[in-house]
Design a binder for this molecule. Structure first.
Ligand code: HAM
Length: 412
């Protein structure tokens, strides 16, 4: 039996990587004053049909449950967030700054950087229309990646504005019914042939290609970049109106993060979705919102690609795996005394390990070394004293067994 295509087994090594990624995500989100929340992994299929957009609905892992409900494993968090915020809006002061880390499921064709399950960090701000919130969110996204050891040479946030295009369509007197299809065509233009995009754009293909080529911008986009420049983050971003995003609910500023070398798929993406909460609550609650999500799959590939990030991760994981104390049982008749001490050490919060069965002393010291123990305690002929060895320097001393805890707390 094997895992299903696109699903991963997380052995301890992969779990360490995942924990490292989650810890960085959590630390930076908290630094920005975001509160953690979580939604259910299964939702009514309707929630996604209402507004996520055709592409995501095609990718749903959906089924009819035993109560005849149409349900789907969540492909993304944003519709859940809109549902939850609409229901609990009165309980919180605005703006809400919420983050969440969870697993998502999309029935995608498995390929590099795309699986059928992945973990995402989502960060969203609810209840703020001011551009200051867009700037803050993009700064958070940049700092998330800086926390992994990436610099402006490694990644770029491509920023655009859907309003730039809707103004453009209005100016060209395009009827609003066509806007969604046109936006999707522009979104796909970097990945599809020019002919295919031209066919979808029809009479607008000339002016759209011209606009994409000329590197257009708007004063709103320039203001946003200025806001990031004031924070010293302008080198991490580029205006690129070719970014539109696949999801249907975005209304304003949108952005996607790519590696500078252009080797991987998007690391993260997000934007403003000022109408989604109103749409999902049938107009009963209306609130502006914006957010982004960063996936663990492409991020993991980029960490492995960039030496500084890879080294930071290796160090953090190695440090995290280290134990404090290893107990060497040199004389089996001391095992009961040793185990009593182990219990006390663990109760006091020290990460402590020992051999479960009789083992050669040299092998035990080797284990202490491999586990990164800072101190080894040897239970043998010296009893009622215990030989304590500082693993880094090799220094040894004899300590009365009932004074061990005090001595260890001085050392560690
Ligand atoms: P998204 O662009 O669909 O946005 O996904 C965000 C990130 O999740 C992507 O950039 C990618 O790194 C990762 N990702 C998506 N699908 C897969 C997959 N099949 N395998 C591996 N990684 C994947 C959203 O989901 C929006 N809900 C983000 C958002 C939050 N907008 C506002 N708030």
């Amino acid at each position: 039996m094997q895992a299903l295509p696109g699903f991963r087994d997380f052995l301890p090594e992969q779990c360490s990587v995942r924990n490292y990624v989650f810890a960085c995500w959590r630390a930076v989100a908290r630094r920005y004053g975001f509160a953690e929340w979580e939604g259910p992994p299964l939702e009514a299929t309707e929630l996604y049909k209402k507004k996520s957009g055709a592409e995501i609905v095609e990718q749903l892992f959906n089924f009819t449950d035993k109560g005849e409900r149409e349900v789907a494993l969540r492909p993304e968090l944003t519709p859940t967030l809109a549902r939850v915020v609409a229901a609990h809006e009165r309980e919180f002061k605005k703006p809400l700054k919420w983050f969440s880390i969870g697993q998502f499921f999309r029935y995608e064709k498995q390929q590099r950087g795309r699986l059928r399950e992945h973990f995402q960090l989502n960060c969203d701000v609810i209840g703020e229309t001011d551009l200051a919130a867009d700037i803050e969110l993009i700064a958070l996204c940049i700092d998330m990646l800086r926390a992994f050891g990436f610099s402006e040479k490694d990644f770029v946030v491509r920023i655009s504005d859907r309003e730039f295009w809707t103004d453009f369509f209005r100016d060209k007197k395009v009827s609003p019914e066509r806007w969604d299809a046109l936006l999707q065509a522009i979104d796909k233009s970097a990945r599809e042939t020019r002919e295919k995009t031209a066919e979808k754009l029809g009479d607008l293909s000339g002016p759209v290609f011209e606009t994409l080529k000329s590197g257009s911008k708007s004063s709103k986009l320039e203001q946003l970049v200025e806001g990031l420049r004031a924070r010293g983050l302008a080198d991490f971003v580029a205006i690129d109106v070719g970014i539109v995003r696949g999801l249907a609910y975005y209304t304003g500023i949108v952005f996607e993060v790519f590696d500078r070398a252009g080797k991987f798929r998007a690391i993260a993406g997000g934007g403003r979705y000022d109408n989604l909460i109103a749409q999902l609550s049938d107009g009963s609650v209306s609130m502006p919102a914006l957010g982004f999500a960063m996936g663990d799959v492409v991020l993991g590939e980029l960490i492995n690609e960039i030496p500084t990030a890879r080294e930071s991760m290796r160090k953090a994981i190695a440090n995290d795996a280290k134990i404090d104390v290893y107990i060497v049982i040199a004389k089996e008749e001391r095992r009961a005394d040793a185990v009593k001490q182990i219990q006390q050490l663990r109760d006091s919060g020290y990460r402590t390990d020992y051999p479960l069965t009789p083992t050669k002393v040299a092998r035990q010291f080797q284990a202490a070394e491999e586990l990164g123990a800072r101190v080894a305690l040897l239970y043998g002929d010296e009893w009622p004293q215990v030989k304590m060895k500082k693993m880094e320097t090799g220094e040894q001393e004899l300590v009365a067994h009932d004074k061990l805890l005090d001595r260890i707390s001085e050392l560690l």
